[in-house]
Design a protein around this ligand. Structure first.
Ligand code: RAM
Length: 344
């Protein structure tokens, strides 16, 4: 399947909007991180990404801080070094003990955080997941970056286009239990089966959103599958590590690599021909939207019911959908022609 021109034009318009929103969001990561109750109903929010040290989450936290600056609240980012569910639990417990107003979490597992989140919720903390959800009953809202179908299809379209719609491919994912990657992988498998009979998915491996593990798993994949024509890595950590491996190897230009990446981490690999195109959304906008959603819950403007609406600053009005999901937008495709328009 090709990415059609019409789709590209629509995406180009989205790119412009995204880059304008980015300019508006800027990279202002200061000013909103002081702890405290914020006063006047402004929310004290703890932000818990899958792990620290990932530029994707640095950008989403900067977006949340920008939002908190606008509504007068505060963001305190905490998190483990390794992207594991067990490592996230103590941070949830601490936030509950501190009596913060809201917790914004990207979950390393759909179920493993639920007991801690339930306790936080019982203590009056509003729980918003973003990026990677828990089971719906464990949170008030999930801020979803794009539909799982859209994210899956854009990556399958890209790899199909890059390998002539035939041959062996593999997936290099994040942590094995990550809710978001597992949903996307399931839908990629469905899409491949339905529309790409000549592409064979021969392996799925997990780099745990750790740079070195992802790099090593890439090397191992290429060794075990000598006929591999392409790799999809639906994680910004994985695709950057795989690109780094490919860029200095004999596979550069022969094995295609696509997936989900940040423009700043992928720019060199697009320019040196290791990677043709990949997808993502604006993580800054995702954090910004999650913070406004948390504030709306804390204020009692919304309860997380389907049909609830709230304002999210520069991004405008959003409506809560089924299962307490708020949708940011659609994935966007980056390539050599547009990558310099983005800075995150
Ligand atoms: C990594 C994380 C994150 C995911 C992106 C695409 O940064 O796994 O959860 O949404 O990749």
């Amino acid at each position: 399947m090709k990415i059609r021109n019409g789709r590209l034009s629509a995406l180009a318009a989205l790119a412009l909007a995204a880059s304008m929103a980015l300019t508006a969001c800027g990279s202002d990561s200061e000013g909103g991180s002081d702890s405290g109750d914020g006063g006047g109903g402004a929310a004290a929010i703890t932000m818990l990404p899958k792990n620290l040290g990932n530029p994707y989450f640095d950008t989403s936290t900067a977006g949340a801080e920008k939002a908190a600056d606008e509504f007068g609240g505060s963001i305190d980012e905490v998190g483990p070094d390794a992207a594991s569910p067990d490592a996230q639990v103590p941070f949830i417990n601490t936030a509950a003990q501190q009596g913060v107003d809201a917790l914004i979490v990207s979950a390393n597992d759909p179920e493993a955080l639920c007991d801690a989140l339930d306790e936080a919720s019982s203590a009056g903390v509003k729980v918003v997941t973003f990026d990677s959800d828990t089971n719906p009953e464990c949170r008030d809202l999930y801020i979803n970056q794009a539909t799982a179908e859209g994210i899956a299809k854009s990556q399958v379209d890209l790899i199909a286009e890059q390998i002539g719609d035939a041959g062996e491919i593999a997936i290099l994912s994040a942590a094995a239990n990550a809710t978001n990657q597992n949903a996307w992988i399931e839908m990629m498998e469905t899409e491949l089966e339905a529309n790409h009979p000549d592409i064979e998915l021969v392996d799925t491996v997990y780099g745990d959103d750790d740079d070195q593990t992802s790099f090593d798993k890439t090397a191992a994949l290429l060794q075990s599958h000598p006929n591999l024509k392409g790799i999809i890595s639906p994680t910004t950590v994985g695709i950057a590590a795989a690109a780094r491996y490919l860029s200095t190897s004999e596979y550069k230009g022969n094995v295609a690599l696509t997936g989900l990446g940040t423009p700043n981490q992928m720019r060199d690999y697009v320019k040196d021909g290791t990677v043709e195109a990949f997808a993502l959304w604006n993580p800054g906008d995702l954090g910004y939207l999650a913070a406004f959603a948390a504030q709306a819950l804390v204020d009692g403007d919304i309860s997380g019911e389907e049909g609830d609406t709230f304002e999210a600053g520069d991004l405008g009005e959003f409506t809560v959908g089924a299962d307490g999901v708020v949708l940011l937008g659609e994935p966007f495709v980056f390539n050599a022609d547009n990558i310099d328009d983005f800075d995150f």
